[in-house]
Design a protein around this ligand. Structure first.
Ligand code: 5GP
Ligand code: ZN
Length: 121
């Protein structure tokens, strides 16, 4: 299957295998891989294989795809070492635009979790 790609986009290159990554999950539409600079014991990214620049570029045609990403996150989180709800859990972040902290302009969901003893709970 081929997907619309931006040749200048680092995550399109990761999806295409042109830049190596540590794969967490793959199907026809989605790719997930470990963040190269993790902020938590478990930190991976879920991206659509098709290039969508950001959440600001999402339209009705993307609703099913976004639903799939959201539904996949808790499953992969448990598989990758996040502990179960409610004492474990995870955080989902989708940075959007410069003021939203987005650095890579290919839509991606951060999934972060795992034991963090410095957080009081
Ligand atoms: P943003 O700030 O755009 O939401 O986050 C981009 C994320 O992508 C950052 O957490 C950064 O560590 C990660 N990242 C950037 N380049 C690469 C890369 O080449 N490989 C991987 N695995 N992660 C990357
Ligand atoms: Zn891209």
């Amino acid at each position: 299957t081929t997907h619309p790609q931006d040749p200048a986009c680092i995550f399109c290159k990761i999806v295409a295998g042109q830049i190596p990554s540590k794969k967490v999950y793959e199907d026809d539409e989605l790719y997930a891989f470990h963040d190269i600079n993790p902020w938590a014991p478990v930190h991976f990214l879920i991206v659509p294989k098709a290039h969508i620049a950001s959440m600001a570029h999402v339209g009705p045609e993307h609703e099913a795809l976004l639903g799939r990403i959201m539904a996949l996150a808790p499953k992969l989180a448990l598989e990758r070492g996040c502990e179960p709800y409610p004492d474990g859990g995870f955080r989902i972040v989708v940075n959007t635009g410069a003021q939203g902290g987005q650095e890579v302009h290919h839509l991606h969901m951060h999934v972060m979790g795992g034991p963090r003893p410095w957080l009081k709970g």
